[in-house]
Ligand binder design. Sequence first.
Ligand code: SF4
Length: 234
Amino acid sequence: MLLGDLCTRGCSFCSVPKAKHPHELDSSEPENVAAQAATMRLRYVVLTSVNRDDLPDGGSAHWALTVAAVKRALPDAQVETLTPDFNGDLEAVERVLASGPNVYNHNMETVSRLYSRVRPQAHYEQSLRVLRYAKASHPEILTKSGLMVGLGETHEEVRQLMRDIRQKGLADIATIGQYLQPTRRNRKVARYVQPAEYEEWKAYGESIGFRAVFAGPFVRSSYMADLVAHEASS
Ligand code: SF4
């Protein structure tokens, strides 16, 4: 996870510590991450970060340096960027895309109705715009988005979210998994979704054009990411 261990956002499902003014960026992080990935001989690298609304570029230049460093260190590896929304700054989004990831992932996280309670500093339409820009400007890069269920959404709202993403051609891959409350301070689980519902969403998603839908209680946005990307690109 890049850009430090403190986040400027306060998503109710997330246990990452919050701060209005987190520490300065570690300029050695891009090369250190690349060196670590090379030591581990990774074939598929998923990078993610906290949100850094305190930085003028949202940390996007640091992101781009890290992707480039990983690709130099591991030329045969695939790189997936699981990115924040950069406050809707499409120049920041472009900076990350231009660094050459194989998969650009931005999670919608939840349905539109729950945004104000689940992602209070984010905006549903803004996250859709990020995905739309990524797909329109770099169609060669696979796009991906994930959501959690069990936060209080309805079955139909999940289908609506999938339509919002897919009918506008914004993401090639979707992941859907059960929300689990990480600490007592976080939002409570509203319900535990039954396996048949995941099956239905998977079939529905594939019927409306997703190249791959991974859905199940233990699915997370980076769940078997190499397999997911392979399936979507074959
Ligand atoms: S932006 Fe990401 S890291 Fe920050 S609180 Fe939300 S989910 Fe957690």
